[in-house]
Design a protein around this ligand. Structure first.
Ligand SMILES: [Ca+2]
Ligand SMILES: [Ca+2]
Length: 144
């Protein structure tokens, strides 16, 4: 019994020690994309369907059913955005289509993540109606 407790204590110390050195919390989603969040000011809250990530950069929501893996990392790597999440709220939906169209038309938008907006994947990262078409297709089919 004593040995078990000591082992658990060592494990706990190891978890705390390692958590301190990681800079990012990453989620791998079932569609293959990885989203990365800074651990600075990190707070996670769960309800039955969503996990809400709050940190110094703001708040994002992921659907738990879409989360395949969650881990800490020192590598910013991957992306700090999700393709199609143009308005950066953690979801890819019609709100992103609206934001992208508004941006292309030259209207003011609150949050616009240009890297997430190049939905057709052209190498010049030009943002135009082709990206809107690709984004609408994704929202409707969940496939790029
Ligand atoms: Ca969004
Ligand atoms: Ca494009």
């Amino acid at each position: 019994m004593k040995k078990t407790i000591i082992t658990m204590l060592i494990a706990l110390v190891a978890i705390f020690a390692s958590a301190e050195t990681y800079n990012y919390l990453k989620f791998t989603k079932t569609n293959g994309t990885t989203v990365t969040y800074s651990v600075e000011g990190l707070k996670l809250t769960y309800d039955n369907t969503n996990v809400t990530i709050t940190n110094v950069d703001g708040t994002a929501t992921l659907t738990l059913a879409e989360v395949q893996d969650m881990y800490f990392s020192n590598e910013a790597g991957g992306s700090t955005y999700e393709l199609g999440d143009v308005n950066g709220d953690g979801l890819v939906n019609v709100g992103d289509v609206t934001t992208l169209i508004a941006y292309i038309l030259g209207n003011d938008v609150d949050t616009f993540i240009a890297e997430a907006a190049n939905c057709d994947g052209d190498s010049q990262a030009v943002l135009n109606v082709s990206d809107v078409t690709a984004l609408i297709h994704y929202v409707l089919t969940q496939e790029w």
